[in-house]
Design a protein around this ligand. Structure first.
Ligand code: ZN
Length: 240
């Protein structure tokens, strides 16, 4: 496998289906809101797959974490609605937030939700938290959607959940002999020197729906700056 390292400013061509894979609710907006708006305008059907519900708030407090996850997913649904993505194209896999990089052959129990399998609110309930079940869930969905373009977080992202999704996706794209587009949310430059986002920016408006993530003014400003930075996608091409 190898990576074409060119950073692309992608042209919008006309095609049928695109899928954006977000490890947590908000990654799809921070990393690919503008791209999704362009695709939508070009008539593309967009699917969003949330790998986790973003529930990791308090250790050992399942109720609090579930409420938090519902709030975060609700914010993502609001943003998706504004972009024009219908509810039936939004999939929740319900794998463990802050646990994706820890998945292996052994069943993992989340210290946040205290569960070890996907629950009823997920697309498929009862999938044990193993790497194999995560891979297979994504494999089956890619098979059903058969996307023309697939977007997912880079294996080089500094967040372990994001990197884990990137690694799984590279393997699956290699199986399918298809290219993918990788986006990075967190890198080692925590506060990039981007200008203040333009107040009329639609992406800024979408980011501001994620009230649950505005833990303090500094973090809010960090998130809002994603509206001022260019969306960069790196094309991954598996070796055949
Ligand atoms: Zn994330």
């Amino acid at each position: 496998m190898f990576l074409l390292a060119a950073f692309l400013c992608l042209p919008v061509t006309s095609f049928g289906q695109a899928v954006v894979i977000a490890p947590h609710p908000d990654d799809e907006i921070l990393g690919a809101a503008e791209r999704m708006m362009q695709l939508k305008e070009a008539g593309t059907d967009i699917w969003i797959i949330f790998v986790t519900g973003g529930e990791a708030k308090e250790w050992g407090d399942p109720e609090e974490n579930e409420n938090y996850s519902e709030q975060r997913l609700g914010e993502s649904h609001m943003a998706a609605e504004i972009i024009g993505i219908p509810e039936d194209k939004i999939i929740h896999l319900g794998f463990p937030d802050q646990g994706l990089a820890k998945l292996s052959d052994a069943v993992y129990e989340s210290p946040y939700s205290l569960i070890s399998a996907t629950h009823d609110s997920a697309h498929w309930a009862g999938l044990p938290y193993t790497k194999g079940y995560l891979e297979n869930a994504l494999r089956v969905l890619l098979g059903r959607i058969s996307p023309d373009e697939t977007y997912y977080t880079s294996p080089h992202d500094a967040h372990p959940d994001h990197a884990a999704v990137g690694e799984v996706m590279r393997d699956l794209l290699a199986e399918r002999a298809e290219a993918g587009y990788e986006y990075t949310i967190h890198n080692r430059h925590f506060y990039p020197p981007y200008p203040k986002p333009h107040p009329d920016s639609m992406k800024l408006h979408l980011i501001q729906l994620f009230m649950s993530q505005f833990h303090d003014a500094l973090h809010q400003s960090y998130l809002e700056h994603f509206a001022a930075k260019p969306e960069i996608f790196t094309r991954f091409v598996p070796a055949i």
